[in-house]
Design a protein around this ligand. Structure first.
Ligand code: SAH
Length: 353
């Protein structure tokens, strides 16, 4: 809001106009003409000096069983004449500059998985987002836009967000931080910090900054393997921030914030789901204030990896639980659709050729 107040002054208006614009933007309006408490003259002035950024849904896939919607977004530089494209129809002429969100229905409210970048630099071997390389960072408006646009196309309210879409949030820290603050702003969406989760592949400086700046926002770390050799093989980021240091940073995080950390563990058949792997998990994570979220890998054909069976996943969860480590198998939502990070974009690109 402060930025919009300054902008209002810059164009020769009173600061409170910035507040009015802020309120409209938070309601998801797509054009200045919808800002009906602004004079016609001011709306014309805005058209000449500003654009409503954000993004729009260009494709949507719904899982009929559980209502999960995978949405493909395109950055929005809407002009007054353009109307929102019908979700699920239009193809983008800039296929690379698209990003995804997943809308999930839970008993305690709807959650949106948000992307923080177009593509990703981390290069995890099992992940579809890594395949196209890195394109660019998303700005805070484009992240908030995913929430507003998801609400529009699903005609539902989003009450929680997880930053587990495309991209590495701590590789785009400033914009992610601004997005979280926009969500939390009392005059914005007023979302509780506790309804937000950020997931990182393990960028230690980001974790340290995050525990200072956002001690109440949930933190998830993608662990996936518990030896340096094995982890480096599937997650190149491990070469820069090796396991021991990462687990140390995690312990520091829980000491400082007194908050339980979530470790994500994508179960890859024959790669990290053996009894030996489970023993290592118990040895290295035992006693930590943590929760292990086991995610049978969502198969991405191009990567050559497949997921562990749900039966085996539940067996592993039970063994962890018996060893005193809280563990759950992630509920499988959207298995009918391309539910994994970066998969919808991949398909769209393949279709366009
Ligand atoms: N870069 C961040 C956030 C985005 S990925 C991170 O790495 O945490 C969100 C989660 O999905 C990560 O745990 C990631 O490893 C996992 N993931 C990526 N591809 C997957 C797939 N095909 N199946 C299951 N989980 C996957």
């Amino acid at each position: 809001m402060e930025e919009l107040k300054l902008f209002a002054v810059e164009i020769g208006e009173k600061p409170f106009r910035g507040k009015q614009i802020y309120n409209w933007l938070n309601q998801g309006v797509r054009s200045f003409d919808e800002m009906t408490d602004l004079s016609k003259a001011l709306r014309e002035k805005l058209k000449g000096s500003a654009q409503i950024g954000g993004c729009r849904a260009i494709r949507m896939q719904e899982d009929k069983n559980d209502g999960t919607c995978k949405i493909l977004f395109e950055a929005d530089t809407a002009t007054e004449d353009e109307t929102a494209t019908e979700a699920g129809t239009a193809a983008s002429d800039k296929p690379a500059d698209t990003f995804e969100g997943v809308f999930m229905r839970y008993s305690y409210g709807n959650s949106l998985c948000v992307s923080s970048q177009v593509g990703c630099k981390m290069g995890c071997k099992f992940c579809a987002s890594a395949l196209g390389g890195f394109v660019r960072d998303l700005d805070a408006g484009e992240m908030l836009g995913q929430v507003l646009e998801a609400e529009r196309v699903t005609d539902s309210t989003v009450s929680r967000i997880v930053i587990m879409g495309m991209g590495e949030p701590f590789d785009n820290y400033e914009n992610v931080a601004k997005f979280l603050r926009l969500l939390h702003a009392e005059e914005g969406r007023n979302m509780s910090w506790r309804n937000m989760t950020v997931s990182t592949s393990g960028l230690i400086p980001g974790i340290r900054r995050f525990e200072e700046d956002f001690p109440q926002v949930n933190l998830a770390i993608s662990l996936h393997r518990l030896t340096d050799e094995g982890r480096s093989k599937i997650m190149p980021v491990n070469q820069k921030y090796p396991l021991e240091q990462l687990l140390e940073a995690a312990r520091e995080y829980t000491d400082k914030t007194h908050r339980r950390i979530t470790f994500e563990y994508a179960l890859i058949e024959g790669e990290n789901d053996t009894d030996r792997d489970v023993e290592l998990m118990i040895k290295r994570l035992g006693g930590m204030l943590c929760h292990v979220n086991l995610i049978p890998l969502n198969k991405v054909d191009e990567t050559g990896f497949s997921g562990t069976s749900r039966k085996r996943a539940h067996e592993i969860a039970e063994r962890l639980e018996n060893a005193g480590i809280p563990a759950t198998v992630r509920r499988q939502l959207g298995s009918e659709i391309d539910g994994a990070c970066g998969q919808l974009r991949l398909r769209q690109q393949a279709e366009i050729g």
